[in-house]
Design a protein around this ligand. Structure first.
Ligand SMILES: Cc1cc2nc3c(=O)[nH]c(=O)nc-3n(C[C@H](O)[C@H](O)[C@H](O)COP(=O)(O)OP(=O)(O)OC[C@H]3O[C@@H](n4cnc5c(N)ncnc54)[C@H](O)[C@@H]3O)c2cc1C
Length: 394
């Protein structure tokens, strides 16, 4: 590790590794720091990832992480009604995040970035209102590393942005609490995602079964952070106990974590600082997916960092280019999805059952991507008590 770099990236998740790779490809001197001893592990993810997402990111599918093809989804209403959609071509994968994240970091290293695991950023160096570097703890030593730009890609529990004066605190209502078992269990349709809805099953969330093969699956739950005195684990255990064959499943891994489902940060940059991924709340607030969002934002941040350093201007005003371009490409759509989340959380089980009768599987997938919301608003309008929720979508 040297004393100074162009860019120091904090956190080697998809956001950080994509930032580091792109910045290094532009010829910058980059340091990517990860506090955990192994990049990608333990995973905190259902591991769903779309084919379109990979294409947009220019990430070439690699059999080391594309471990199971997904062709569609079954959405199950509280009364058990199934709304299914099976596409004519493969639409996604359940991936192996441990390999995916590690390979992204390897790509960053191959592009020239220095990558260091078990190196925790514990503070920022600030001078004249600019972030000028980081304090790192590594093997019991505390070191100072200078940087022209620091990128906070430190995930849902991000501290780096806050140290630089950006209020990145999430309200409890805007954090979903998630719990998951990776299980060995015989599956009926290993190429379909299953999603189970209901306020008794998963208040303001859902239970998911994401197959990793014909007899292995991530079986997880996300619930609203402020909606129950019971934990996500309790809800998941109750659901599993009532559902065959999951109640016979063998648990090979336990994962838990928070998902930031609030609106994206109002400002993604400060003097000498950019915020990326979960740290910036760049997550789909409906399904909780953030791998694509973090990667997309990271690539953009890497490009803007290169431009800023070439111009010799790392001020907030210059770095706002990342903020503006991100909002134009993803911010507006994520905000629409956030509004949908706010509307949906007002629905009772009876409303959800009603929706399941009115909607196709394609509709549900479109809604989750922030599309066809006018159609949803029209259906909600037909129920007087949902007019307020419908208006929130307009
Ligand atoms: C249970 C669960 C299921 C999910 N399922 C899906 C899914 O199916 N599909 C999907 O797309 N998304 C899913 N998500 C969300 C997805 O995992 C995140 O959105 C994604 O990982 C965000 O990437 P990131 O790079 O911003 O942050 P992270 O992947 O969280 O990476 C941040 C990294 O920063 C490191 N770090 C933190 N602080 C420091 C520090 N001070 N110094 C050095 N390193 C630090 C952390 O150790 C971590 O490795 C799920 C989340 C959860 C919790």
């Amino acid at each position: 590790m040297k004393d100074a770099y162009d860019v120091v990236v904090v956190g080697a998740g998809p956001g950080g590794s994509n930032t580091a790779r792109v910045a290094a490809e532009h010829g910058l001197e980059v340091l990517l720091l990860e506090k955990r001893p192994e990049i990608g592990a333990p995973k905190r993810c259902g591991e769903g990832f779309s084919v379109n997402g990979a294409k947009t990111l220019g990430i070439k599918p690699d059999p080391r992480w594309t471990i199971n093809e997904i062709w569609g989804a079954n959405i199950v209403a509280p009364n058990g009604r199934r709304v299914s959609v099976r596409y004519e071509k493969q639409v996604g994968w359940v991936i192996e995040r441990k390999m995916f994240d590690k390979l992204l970091a390897i790509e960053a290293a191959r592009a020239g970035a220095e990558v260091l695991a078990r190196s925790e950023v514990v503070g920022l160096v600030m001078q004249d209102g600019f972030v000028r570097g980081v304090e790192v703890e590594r093997h019991g030593e505390r070191l100072t590393v200078e940087a022209k730009i620091v990128v906070a890609a430190d995930g849902v529990e991000s501290k780096v942005a806050r140290w630089a004066g950006i209020d990145s605190t999430q309200r409890l209502v805007d954090i979903d609490s998630a719990y998951q078992y990776e299980m060995v269990v015989d599956l009926e349709e290993p190429d379909m995602l299953d999603l189970y809805f209901g306020n008794d099953i998963a208040p303001r969330g859902y239970v998911w079964v994401f197959p990793k093969g014909k007899d292995v699956a991530n079986v997880g739950i996300g619930i609203g952070g402020n909606v129950s005195t019971r934990t996500a684990k309790q809800y998941l255990d109750e659901w599993i106990a009532k559902h065959e064959p999951f109640n016979e499943g063998r648990i090979i891994e336990v994962n838990a974590g928070g998902v930031p489902v609030g609106a994206p940060l109002e400002k993604l940059v400060a003097n000498g600082l950019m915020v990326v991924g979960d740290a910036a709340h760049q997550v789909n607030a409906i399904h909780g997916g953030g791998v694509f969002e973090a990667s997309f934002a990271g690539q953009l941040a890497g490009r803007v960092a290169a431009e800023a350093i070439e111009r010799g201007d790392v001020s907030e005003a210059m770095l706002m280019k990342y903020d503006r371009e991100w909002r134009a490409a993803r911010g507006e759509i994520l905000h629409r999805i956030y509004k949908l989340r706010r509307a949906i959380e007002q629905l009772s089980d009876e409303d959800l059952n009603y929706l399941a009768e009115q909607l196709t599987g394609e509709d549900v997938v479109a809604f989750a991507n922030g599309e066809r919301l006018g159609k949803l608003a029209k259906i909600l309008m037909k129920r007087p008590h949902l007019i307020k929720a419908a208006k929130e979508l307009m």
